[in-house]
Unconditional design. Structure first.
Length: 342
């Protein structure tokens, strides 16, 4: 089934979330998607606990606190979220754009907003020559169906929350499970580490620390082993049917570069009156946009989202005058926000 929407926002970081708010004030309901499983973009992936000091009227907040506050702010507008989905197709249609994702979700949207920060976050992949051909069949950078690993020999690479959480989730399903981490300190939650250590003591799984994968072995075209090097130089070959890799995420422009937009310095060129790209109906806000004098600040992205929303309103409802109204005095704005006049 194709989802029809007036506005589709690609990127659920702070600027994407605020785009929902600015569209909502104008009576436009939006859908929003992101390649990550959670909203927040760089704020939650890279610095959830680091303080931010340059949000107007907020002396200090963490990245996660900013994202949480934005969620409260946009709640009245009922945006539909589509997470862990990456856009793979964008086609211009007479009535807007056809957009498809790697999960098979399809949209027909009148306007498209790209708020992808520095691009979509892509998993850091293994650099072994044979690895690419085994993606999704035996080498996995995300888990879509945990039950596919029942009674399998599993090896998980990584020491962050994703690696630890999936180790804790999958050990009962797996025939065997080994967690391999290049350090002896973990980036994940201490409680999860403690739970895994307890399982290791009970010989339910194995944890290899100060170790790294240096190669994989094939039996024909099937994965059969992974070579693990310990810091002292010793090499151990582990049997494996499925290899889960959680080495973190890296931002890349990715498929956006193939959408036919004018690109400069790995960002989308926009008109500063509307923040519209070279393709009418496609807007870019936040770090993904570029123009003379551009400053990569969250507050700049908020300004861009406001102007983009007004320009989109003219496309969604052509010929209708868009009056500037203020949330302090406009009954329409207050109704949309769900607040009562005092």
């Amino acid at each position: 089934m194709v989802i029809n929407t007036d506005a589709l926002i690609v990127g659920a970081g702070p600027c994407g979330l605020f785009q929902v708010f600015e569209l909502g004030l104008l009576g436009i309901k939006a859908d929003i998607l992101d390649s990550l499983p959670n909203t927040g973009g760089q704020c939650t992936e890279l610095y959830p606990d680091k303080p931010i000091y340059d949000i107007p009227a907020v002396p200090v907040c963490t990245g996660q606190e900013l994202v949480d506050a934005l969620h409260v702010q946009i709640e009245p507008f009922g945006a539909r979220f589509h997470m862990s989905e990456e856009v793979t197709v964008v086609e211009k249609r007479d009535d807007g754009f056809f957009v498809a994702t790697d999960s098979g979700t399809e949209f027909l949207t009148k306007t498209l907003f790209i708020a992808g920060g520095v691009g979509s976050f892509q998993p850091r992949k293994l650099r072994f020559a044979e690895a690419e051909s085994l993606e999704d069949s035996a080498i996995h950078y995300k888990v879509r169906n945990p039950d596919r690993f029942i009674d399998k020999d599993l090896v998980i690479l990584g020491g962050g929350d994703s690696a630890l959480d999936w180790a804790l989730e999958l050990w009962e399903r797996a025939k065997s499970l080994t967690l391999v981490h290049r350090r002896d300190e973990y980036r994940g939650a201490p409680a999860t580490v403690a739970a895994l250590k307890k399982l290791e003591a009970a010989k339910k799984l194995r944890m290899m620390e100060c170790a790294k994968a240096v190669g994989i072995g094939l039996d024909g075209d099937k994965l059969c082993s992974v070579d693990i090097q310990i810091t002292d130089g010793a090499l151990e070959t582990l049997p494996v049917e499925d290899l889960l890799v959680f080495y973190g995420l890296a931002p890349k422009l990715g498929p956006i570069a193939e959408w036919g937009l004018n690109i400069s310095k790995k960002a989308i060129e926009v008109d500063t009156a509307t923040f519209q790209s070279s393709t009418p109906g496609i807007f870019a806000v936040g770090d993904i946009s570029v123009y003379e004098g551009k400053k990569k600040l969250i507050l700049s992205g908020f300004h861009e989202a406001a102007l983009a929303a007004f320009a989109a309103k003219a496309i969604i409802e052509p010929g209708k005058k868009v009056n500037l109204q203020y949330t302090t005095t406009s009954p329409i704005m207050k109704k949309r926000l769900g607040v009562e006049d005092e």
